[in-house]
Design a protein around this ligand. Structure first.
Ligand code: DAH
Length: 340
């Protein structure tokens, strides 16, 4: 009797365990069949009334049934565990063989890029690149450049005055005088750098901006030489053929003095919003170096002469890239900087 009930429990229990649909029903089946108050336990209590000569046989059967049921439970449970783990791994999977993103390479500021391009252009023509102090003396910034004491540029409105007559240089022109003193004639230099003016700041005015100064001193230097170099400079910046023109312009350190324009690159001279319908874009101040300036640099104007020019590097970069607000330059904004 007990023997057949054990076999019946075995086949029913195995089916129940093996067909459990999920963890919960498997667990419920385990409690019902193998639990302390379960079916197998109930049958094993009946061992007490099994006749002595059958005890060994039934006992072995009981142990065999118990082992078979436990194994069936363990197998099913392992299958559920593996399925759960697989599902988790599937969801959390990532590819360890994909190369790491790495550091994002930095870039040079657009101003630095153009400055370096122009330095290359001019050094290829035999010019030296010079630097000068940003805190200048009144002498180098104004007097030595033939700028009279009454000149409005000296006004506190335009110039940042410092102690003991020092100024934050308002242009790169003082480097002309320092270069003449240092190297004498003949001379070919450019001097890119930061300059400062006490401006009300808006989209086209900053208190700090960049200029590039140039000076060439030799024998019999003419306006034609100057135009040759400046036209080459404009073509190097805008990377195409440009048409230039000179207009008279007054700067105390040159005589004659000019403003150099290029024909508008947008409308080719027809007139548009960028050139304010004039067909021309103002680029830089230039001229033949005033004899007083040569003398102040220790050079004899009876023997030597030369040309000089000064252009707004910041403004040029704005034109080349169509940047509409000067305040982007010092903003440190990566949305701006990463475009160049
Ligand atoms: N220094 C002038 C300025 O800041 C620009 C300039 C004009 C420089 C004529 C020159 C020059 O060397 O010859 O506006």
């Amino acid at each position: 009797m007990l023997e057949s009930r054990l076999r019946e429990l075995e086949s029913r229990g195995l089916a129940q365990l093996e067909n459990a649909a999920d963890r919960e029903s498997l667990e419920a089946a385990r409690v019902e069949i193998l639990g302390r108050k379960g079916s197998l336990q109930a049958l094993s209590r009946e061992m007490a009334i099994v006749p002595a000569d059958q005890k060994a046989l039934i006992g072995r059967l009981l142990n065999g049934v118990k082992a078979a049921l436990e194994q069936a439970y363990d197998r099913r449970k392992a299958a559920f565990d593996k399925a759960a783990l697989d599902a988790r791994l599937e969801g959390e999977w990532f590819d360890l063989t994909v190369p790491a993103p790495g550091v994002r390479p930095g870039k040079l500021h657009p101003l630095t890029q153009i400055q370096q391009e122009l330095e290359e252009y001019f050094t290829s023509l035999g010019f030296a690149v010079m630097d000068g102090p940003e805190v200048e003396t009144e002498w180098y910034n104004f007097d030595a450049l033939n700028i009279p004491a009454t000149h409005p540029a000296r006004d506190a409105q335009d110039t940042f005055w410092m102690e003991q007559g020092h100024v934050l240089r308002t242009h790169t022109s003082p480097v002309q005088v320092r270069a003449m003193e240092k190297f004498g004639a003949p001379l070919r230099i450019i001097a890119p750098g930061r300059v400062f003016r006490n401006e009300a700041i808006d989209a086209s005015h900053e208190h700090t901006f960049y200029q590039l100064e140039g000076m060439m001193i030799d024998r019999d230097v003419s306006v034609a030489h100057m135009v040759y170099f400046l036209k080459g400079l404009m073509q190097a910046i805008f990377r195409r053929e440009v048409t230039v023109r000179l207009r008279p312009g007054f700067f105390p350190f040159v005589e004659p003095g000019f403003e150099l324009d290029i024909q508008c690159l947008i409308c080719a001279g027809k007139g548009c919003a960028v050139c304010k319908q004039s067909g021309w874009l103002e680029q830089c101040g230039c001229g033949l170096v005033h004899p007083n300036v040569l003398r102040n640099g220790g050079i004899d104007p009876g023997v030597w002469n030369g040309f000089a020019f000064g252009l707004g590097l910041t403004r040029l970069v704005m034109m080349r890239y169509g940047i509409d607000d000067i305040r982007w330059f010092a903003s440190g904004d990566l949305r701006f900087l990463s475009q160049f």
